[in-house]
Design a protein around this ligand. Sequence first.
Ligand SMILES: [Zn+2]
Length: 106
Amino acid sequence: MPADTGSNADWEEARRCPKCNQPGEEVAERRLPERHQGKVVTLACASRLCIQFGDRWIVQVKPDGTIPKRKAGTLKSFPDMTDRQIDYAKRDIADAKRIMGIREDQ
Ligand SMILES: [Zn+2]
């Protein structure tokens, strides 16, 4: 069994910036209230060449390390999360932006 499991490959894909495809930096992590749902990791693009630089996206990671396939048409989004949980994650992103001095609508 190779060390690079399928779930690692999923993570490598999910952590990449939706715009420039460079690996993002983990900036926050929130446990989801239901144990089986795992956690949500907030990532930020670290490439200064990217138009998405400083922007953030979220990735859900299940307790077993798998990453739910994202829904078509939405940016790195998560079918297993309820609307309320996505709201929490969005709030994390908004908080992070405020701390960084980035306007909400950017
Ligand atoms: Zn980028």
